[in-house]
Ligand binder design. Structure first.
Ligand code: DAH
Length: 306
């Protein structure tokens, strides 16, 4: 086209016409070829990237409430129903609140049972929720009716012990609180959590922070207190005794009241503590505590959801 000017003027129109025809022809063919290539590419993609719409889709796994949360909430509900209020304390405690003020002086042999994790000099992971009793009484006056749920830590690890586990502590302080109040509150609690007709037994025991102290048992949930089942001469849950230990409790020791500046001649109270994992294991028939912390959905899925 650019060379047209080199031809004689009279030939130019004819040559121009022919060149235009040639150009249209080329353009058409390029266009056609492009279309064919695109169609080919699409065909190839459709064949190779075929989606199998009969394959199952990918599901969203629904979240679950952890069984320990279920049991913890249930325990808390029963005590809220009796007028208790909730208090919390720090997981990292000092020696004074975890031991000393609970009437466990340095070198007291009762400290030995609480395999303690120390994180620094005079700083430890609380071994029980009992220090919350001290913390609440230090800053408030009776009447008090408190529960303190939370995590506790002990150097212990097997099928029934976990280095981190949960307790619910409870206590009531006022004028003339008696052992019979403790019996009433705990018996009601246990019958709400387990069965309405569950047998409850108070056994003499010892804790440095209560006097007198008791351990509380319920009748075995599997053999109903008989000690044996149709399958086994000695029931596998209670080992044949017919009873399951479930709580520690007692009347708050006068020494503890002195540590928080209460006059033990004027006030009295009871306290108790329980392990949440143990209650959940008995309720649901779980035989290994580690299942709670492995986050295996095959385990979690077996508990009621929202
Ligand atoms: N603190 C005890 C423990 O973890 C449990 C306990 C026993 C708590 C008796 C209490 C009580 O308040 O009165 O082993």
């Amino acid at each position: 086209m650019r060379g047209l000017k080199d031809f004689p003027i009279e030939e130019r129109p004819r040559l121009g016409e022919q060149l235009n025809q040639l150009r249209r022809l080329l353009e058409e063919q390029i266009e056609e070829r492009l279309k064919a290539l695109k169609a080919e590419k699409r065909e190839k993609a459709l064949n190779e990237e075929r989606a199998d719409i009969t394959l199952p889709g990918s599901r969203w796994e629904r979240g679950r409430i952890h069984p320990l949360t279920l049991v913890m909430d249930e325990i808390i509900d029963v005590f809220l129903g009796m007028g208790f209020e909730i208090a919390r304390g720090p997981d990292i405690e000092d020696d004074y609140h975890n031991f000393e003020a609970l009437n466990m002086p340095r070198d007291h042999p009762a400290r030995d049972m609480q395999d303690t994790f120390f994180v620094a000099r005079d700083r430890l992971l609380r071994t029980h929720t009992s220090p919350v009793q001290i913390r609440v009484m230090e800053r408030r006056k009776p009447p008090l009716q408190i529960i303190a749920p939370g995590a506790v830590y002990r150097h212990d690890d097997d099928a029934t012990h976990s280095p981190m586990f949960h307790q619910v502590e409870g206590f009531m302080v006022d004028r003339r609180i008696a052992f019979t109040d403790l019996k009433g509150v705990l018996t009601h609690f246990l019958r709400q959590i387990f069965r309405e007709d569950t047998g409850v037994r108070f056994r003499p025991s010892f804790f440095p922070f209560t006097e007198p102290s008791a351990e509380i048992d319920i009748q075995c949930l599997l053999c109903s207190g008989k000690g044996s089942t149709a399958e086994q001469a000695a029931c596998r849950v209670c080992k044949g005794s017919g009873w399951l230990e479930i709580l520690g409790a007692g009347m708050i020791d006068p020494e503890v009241f002195r540590f928080v500046g209460y006059d033990p001649e004027k006030v009295s109270g009871f306290a108790f503590g329980m392990g949440v994992e143990r209650i959940a294991m008995l309720k649901f028939g779980i035989e290994d505590i580690r299942l709670f912390f492995q986050n295996d959905m095959r385990f979690s899925r077996q508990f009621p959801s929202f």
